[in-house]
Design a protein around this ligand. Structure first.
Ligand code: SF4
Ligand code: SF4
Length: 476
């Protein structure tokens, strides 16, 4: 993989024998040209899909509450019918493992598929560019506008663009915070100018990040900030699909009339129109080979296919292919066959297994969590009739959507009993802490520490039972 530089190092004579070399290269603004085609359409499908989900999800209701809400304050996550407590952290871990493995799998098959189509940086840059194009025009109009002197017209266009960007960014920030605070309450608080300090901070922080990354930083986030861009090449091999230029077919490049025969002119299929460079959001020339800046967006494929159509040449001068495919001239069938290589099959098998395991464990999950903590104030005490008593604090977490009454029992020592309330009501999706007194008759256990188990049962229709271990201390 090679890297392209926008501007070479600056060399300046600093003295008779000394030469000072500046390694700093100023950013040159990129003005991507509009393009249409199959891959651009796919990107827009994904822009719509991801954004409908992102902006729409917090507004969905479920059992008179927000369907998806990560309530950090109450330490509870709601995902429609699923109510998760911090004790369910394993499921989040499972989801992260699935996301990482899916990224490995798709990268091994088709390179930077995530970057080119679904990454938030790509998606928001696409939306911001769309707004920019609607107000300032396409590539050449935007370049002219930026080079022109300040005028009322230029000021108006720039003002309108930034105003829309800011509005969109703040809406994005508000939606983001709406996943952690009920979005309806949040919207009311915004309209009443009564937003809390932390909510205000996160709305503005996330909004500012969106505005800065999609409006200004753009390709620099992919080139210099994204860690995935740095290590994804380790997941590539010679059978990974990448956006490639068919050098054997395209070179020598050169302009010509549409009616001219390239063979007679000694030219390849590339008409050197540079449109593939003009549409590239990272400003690289794919004809120089695979470069780490390429995010695999396939805009150059769409525009080059268009050029090929106009010239009456076959499509595919720039196309999705593999290094092996290009070297051996393989067709689609061979590429697909090579795509199903051991690495891909192993990733797929592990991914499938983890998905099934997570699904089964979620299905079988007990909707009741119990934490048992011994009362540290009084380890053990003698009560009436010589009974030994230990006190515990039970945290009962109801992970169902209905109110529950739980019965509390204990086992593990002869004659052991619960001397406090035997039943406890806990409202739907709520948790409740209760003090539980456990007593053992005199002489039933030797002095020392003994293992006991609390048995918590729900008395509802779908009875569930949780067994939690603890210790009972008998004093000397
Ligand atoms: S768009 Fe196609 S024909 Fe035009 S310069 Fe790029 S590779 Fe050559
Ligand atoms: S080289 Fe082509 S695929 Fe790569 S980023 Fe540029 S336009 Fe997208």
């Amino acid at each position: 993989m090679t890297g392209s530089s926008e501007q070479g190092p600056v060399v300046a004579a600093a003295g008779a024998d000394e030469v000072e070399i500046s390694l700093y290269a100023a950013r040159q603004k990129i003005y991507p040209r509009s393009v249409s085609g199959v891959f651009v359409s796919w990107r827009w499908v994904l822009v719509w899909l991801t954004q409908i989900v992102f902006y729409g999800l917090p507004w969905l209701e479920w059992n008179a509450r927000q369907g998806v809400l990560f309530d950090l304050e109450a330490r509870r996550f709601y995902i429609f019918g699923l109510v998760l407590y911090p004790q369910d952290f394993i499921y989040l871990t499972g989801l992260l493992v699935i996301a990482a493995l899916a990224l490995f799998l798709f990268t091994a098959i088709a390179g930077r598929l995530w970057c080119g189509y679904a990454c938030p940086q790509t998606v928001y840059t696409e939306i911001f560019l769309w707004i920019e194009k609607k107000i300032e025009g396409d590539r050449s109009a935007r370049m002219r506008l930026d080079q022109s002197a300040l005028s009322m017209q230029k000021f108006g266009k720039k003002w309108l663009k930034h105003a829309l960007w800011v509005l969109f960014s703040l809406w994005t920030g508000l939606t983001f915070v709406g996943y952690f605070t009920p979005i309806r309450e949040l919207t009311i608080a915004v309209t009443a100018l009564d937003l809390g300090p932390w909510q205000s901070f996160w709305v503005f922080f996330y909004g500012f990040a969106t505005y800065g990354n999609a409006g200004f930083m753009r390709e620099q986030v992919c080139k210099y900030m994204c860690p995935y861009a740095r290590f994804q090449s380790a997941m590539f091999d010679k059978d990974t699909m990448i956006v490639t230029y068919d050098e054997a077919r395209g070179e020598p490049r050169g302009s010509r009339k549409r009616s001219a025969d390239p063979k007679q002119l000694g030219l390849g299929s590339c008409v050197d129109c540079t449109l593939c460079v003009q549409v590239c959001p990272t400003g690289i020339d794919i004809r120089q080979g695979l470069q780490y800046e390429c995010i695999g967006c396939a805009a150059c494929i769409d525009v080059c296919d268009d050029v090929m159509d106009k010239m009456g040449y076959p499509r595919g001068l720039i196309k999705y292919s593999t290094q092996n495919g290009m070297a051996n001239g393989w067709g689609r069938a061979e590429l697909i066959k090579r795509g199903l290589r051991p690495r891909v099959l192993v990733y797929s098998a592990i991914l499938g297994l983890i998905c099934v395991a997570l699904g089964v464990s979620l299905f079988l999950r007990t909707p009741l969590k119990v934490d048992v903590i011994r009362d540290r104030g009084a380890l053990a005490r003698m009560v009436e009739q010589g009974y030994v008593e230990n006190v515990y604090r039970l945290q009962l977490m109801n992970a169902t959507e209905s109110d529950q009454i739980y019965s509390i029992g204990v086992e593990g020592l002869p004659g052991v009993r619960v001397a406090s309330e035997l039943e406890m009501a806990v409202a739907s999706t709520q948790s409740r802490a209760v003090a539980v007194r456990v007593q053992v008759p005199p002489g039933a256990a030797q002095p020392g520490s003994h293992s006991i188990h609390f048995l918590i049962r729900s008395n509802g229709g779908d009875a569930v039972q949780v067994k939690e271990k603890s210790v009972f201390l008998v004093p000397r």
